[in-house]
Design a binder for this molecule. Structure first.
Ligand code: FMN
Length: 172
């Protein structure tokens, strides 16, 4: 798939087929994510593939925090926690969060280029100490969200984007 087509046609999917993504394919996505731009080459991005046992425990935490919310954690066959590993130095941390977000986007884009579907979900639960402890998130890490990856089950509507004249200014 051409790069520009991939950028335009990647969509957020919330319904997936049941087949999990092979670790070899996930590793291709993680390998590509490492090529995100990164000031001082700190390699701040971290990815955790959530296995069945961890997903089950996360669902228990989700339901304890908000009854009925666990079901959403079953939407995708493969869940990847994306985070940024920080140093505590404010400027570097800002840059490292941004770089890690770019890396997360590369994962979604590369998944799409392989015919897979993706969904970046942020959820408050992942900020809570029990979930962080379960997932082994260090106190220096910033959680970016759960990347859902799977096989698409339906096509998605195309959300509008703002026109260029709303988002671009050429300064003299
Ligand atoms: C950082 C980030 C967090 C997101 N979190 C959520 C979320 O918690 N729930 C949700 O429904 N969509 C979430 N999304 C997906 C956006 O809603 C989606 O990208 C947007 O609707 C545009 O659709 P598209 O991805 O198909 O272009 C998130 C996207 C990003 C980049």
């Amino acid at each position: 798939m051409e790069l520009e087509d991939a950028i335009r046609t990647r969509r957020t999917h919330k319904a997936f087929g049941p087949e999990p993504i092979e670790p070899a394919v996930l590793d291709e996505l993680f390998e590509l994510a490492r090529w995100a731009p990164n000031h001082h080459l700190t390699n701040p991005w971290r990815f955790r593939v959530i296995g069945a046992r961890t997903r089950g425990r996360l669902k228990l935490l989700a339901d304890a925090a908000k009854p009925g919310s666990a079901a959403k954690l079953d939407r995708a066959p493969t869940l990847v926690l994306a985070s940024a590993c920080l140093t505590g130095e404010p400027q570097q941390d800002r840059e490292d969060v941004l770089a890690s977000a770019v890396a997360a986007y590369i994962i979604l884009l590369a998944a799409h280029a392989r015919g897979l579907a993706g969904y970046w979900r942020t959820l408050g639960l992942l900020e809570q100490p029990p979930a962080r402890a379960l997932l082994g998130v260090d106190r220096h890490e910033r959680v970016l969200g759960l990347l859902h990856i799977g096989h698409p089950r339906q096509s998605q509507r195309v959300p509008q984007r703002a026109p260029l004249n709303e988002i671009v200014t050429y300064l003299d």
